[in-house]
Design a protein around this ligand. Sequence first.
Ligand code: ADP
Ligand code: MG
Length: 247
Amino acid sequence: MSNTDFALAVEDLTVSFDGFKAIDSLNLYIDNNELRVIIGPNGAGKTTLLDLICGKTRASEGSIKFQNIELTKMAEHQRVRLGIGRKFQTPSIYENLSVFQNLEVSFPRGRSVFGALAFRCDEEVSERVRSVAGEIGLLERLQDEAGLLSHGQKQWLEIGMLLMQEPKLLMLDEPIAGMSARERELTAELLQRISRNRAVIVIEHDMDFVKQIAHKVTVMHQGKILAEGPMERVQSDPRVIDVYLGH
Ligand code: ADP
Ligand code: MG
């Protein structure tokens, strides 16, 4: 398989913080329309890996190719424009705006071929807002202030704000932390729907949730990949039990 067949190909990726390698010669390949879950103990480098892919942190060495385009020298906003979306652990929605307005402001702008701010008719934006709101289960809440939403609904709204940009790769860091059992179920369904049209990388600790959604699981430890494969195989791997699942 050549690298062009992957949505994301990470090779020999290393980042050092004062000599400490938080990511150490890591290789990772994600297929198109794959939902990959990354697990591993605290400090394994999971969040740092997402930081490197989205451009929040610069790599010391190695390559990150997204649809065969090298990312490592690109600024964060350029990567966003290429179709990389990243959800951080704490939601960053506008609490005082309505759900509709939160989605509306996330509609991508300035992509006109003439270099001018692209003109979008209200109807096009509004249609997209409604379609995304339907996908994240907030169609009935469009006119409500975002601050009034439950914790889980705020998380979905932020996912929706990313979906407004139609990312080709969506990365989520511990998306179900603090959610109710019902919200977790709905989030599992949401992530499965979302990954039909794009690659998704999820960092998560909740093993029941991981089992429910993962196509393949990657286990990280000390900046490296310890194991990778279907959940059943990874779960019974003695090295994985030793450093992570056994605790
Ligand atoms: P995880 O998300 O798997 O819990 P992190 O990626 O947050 O792990 O952290 C991996 C290691 O890198 C930790 O030891 C952390 O302290 C260190 N680290 C992360 N970011 C920085 C930074 N900007 N400067 C120095 N050390 C960092
Ligand atoms: Mg983390």
